[in-house]
Design a protein around this ligand. Structure first.
Ligand SMILES: [Zn+2]
Length: 186
């Protein structure tokens, strides 16, 4: 399936679970959209990041199907605490799916397969956390994460990932803080 991201009320996003009537919505990745892919930064750093959070990054061979990929290749897939990705998987996609697993209720994680999202609230929190964790990936970082999310077609009420992150994401931040999921400031 080609990547198609529905537009989402109320604030962010990109849902792993398209809402009724939203399938086939706008926000399709532009052909040839230039985003940072794992091949650009290597598997080692994202593997280490995921491992620090109790997740396992599983490398999938080039051109092979990606297990658990909701959006279809080259987007990352999720099954329980494993995140599957290829060298051509965008880094934002890897972080997004990994963050879904981190945001999910720990009791539910083991049962997750392909579709990780439980609610729009979780979707918001996932987008927020992926932006924060981008800073832990050398060669990527928050500014690039925001730009890549826009380039790929994530849909935000305020028009850009940066505007949403800076001005419309209080609920997402509160959700993550309440669960202790935000890294402490260095
Ligand atoms: Zn999602």
């Amino acid at each position: 399936m080609n990547a198609t991201f529905p537009a989402h009320p109320p604030s962010a996003l990109r849902a792993s679970s398209p809402l009724p009537g939203e399938i086939g919505g706008e926000g399709t990745a532009a052909p040839g959209a230039t985003v940072v892919r794992i091949a650009d930064i290597g598997f080692e750093a994202p593997s280490a990041l995921l491992a620090r959070h109790g997740l396992e990054l599983v490398r999938v061979a080039d051109n092979a199907a990606i297990p658990g990929s909701y959006w279809g290749e080259p987007e990352a897939g999720v099954i329980a605490s494993r995140v599957y990705a290829r060298a051509d998987t965008p880094v934002h996609s890897l972080l997004h799916e990994a963050c879904h697993l981190l945001v999910a209720d720990p009791a539910r994680r083991a049962a997750i397969h392909t579709d990780a999202s439980d609610s729009l609230e979780e979707e918001d929190a996932t987008c927020y956390l992926q932006i924060v964790l981008a800073d832990a990936v050398p060669g990527f970082g928050r500014a690039r994460a925001l730009a890549d999310m826009d380039a790929w077609g994530y849909s935000f009420r305020l028009g850009s990932a940066r505007a949403w992150f800076e001005r419309d994401a209080e609920d997402a931040r509160a959700f993550l803080e309440a669960r202790g999921l935000l890294p402490r400031p260095a």
